[in-house]
Design a protein around this ligand. Structure first.
Ligand SMILES: [Ca+2]
Length: 262
């Protein structure tokens, strides 16, 4: 079974800096102030300017006890999507953090990783479309979205915040190692990022043979429901048929009974 170490941020951390909690199982790297960030330029009132980091993001584990009731697991404004902790990254100035972890698996096996990320800017609009960027990479597969794309999404059912779920698929190479990297680039500061409940699904085994995925299990369940419905209809038809035969037999019996009457 291929798994991600600490995918829901419940397994503790070490302090990498005074305000940087590095979640166990993950490597935290941050763009030093003054250096260009991953997306090297940004929009600024119709101009394109360098996207430079100005500070280091604070990285903190938020426990459910530190959140109001309506931001806890299962609530309409939940910041925790699994367990009792969520990871928060934020700062008041332009900044970029990168979280990475190595996943090991059988060479040739294909996997799908889903990474829920929430980005909320506290700046007063109108904001540039690239106010922030979130990039999720697995092996060579990349999904990247900017602020404008992310604020149109509601990817967590029952949650009114703009959670996004990034989906990347990759096949384990010969060395059996895939690196998962999540990059949070805040071009102007004052963005709150949250990450929680990263999941991994095996799509094939090492020989490329498909494994039952969530989607295929849903399809199977749907087919079973349809089959059960069809069976119920047939049984009703049979029941109706039996009723007709009984009614016919009653009529015959009555007719015979009538004819025997002197
Ligand atoms: Ca969690």
């Amino acid at each position: 079974m291929t798994t991600i170490l600490n995918p829901s941020f419940e397994k503790g951390w070490t302090d990498k800096g005074p305000e940087q909690q590095q979640a166990n199982g993950w490597t935290l790297t941050q763009t030093p102030p003054g250096e260009r960030m991953g997306v090297p330029t940004k929009q600024s009132g119709g101009n394109v300017v360098d996207a430079l980091a100005a500070a280091l993001q604070e990285v903190v584990h938020k426990l459910f006890t530190q959140l109001p009731e309506n931001e806890r697991l299962g609530q309409p404004r939940a910041l925790i999507l699994h367990g009792d902790t969520t990871l928060k990254l934020f700062w008041g100035l332009a900044s970029e953090s990168k979280l990475s972890t190595v996943i090991t698996g059988t060479p040739g096996k294909q996997v799908r990783v889903r990474v829920p990320v929430l980005g909320e800017s506290n700046l007063t609009g109108p904001l540039e479309d690239d106010t922030f960027w979130v990039t999720v990479k697995l092996g060579s597969a990349v999904e990247r979205r900017n602020y404008a794309e992310m604020v149109s999404q509601f990817a967590v059912m029952g949650n009114e915040r703009h959670w996004n779920v990034f989906v990347v698929e990759a096949t384990f190479p010969a060395d059996g190692r895939l690196t998962l990297t999540i990059t949070l680039q805040d071009n102007w500061g004052r963005t709150d990022f949250f990450i929680d409940n990263i999941t991994l699904e095996e799509i094939t085994d090492g020989n490329g043979t498909p494994l039952p995925t969530d989607d295929s299990l849903i399809a199977l369940a749907t087919n079973l429901v349809a089959a059960a419905h069809a069976l119920a209809v047939r049984l009703q038809d049979v029941a109706d048929g039996v009723e007709m035969i009984e009614a016919g037999a009653r009529q015959v019996a009555e007719a015979l009974g009538a004819s025997e009457t002197p």
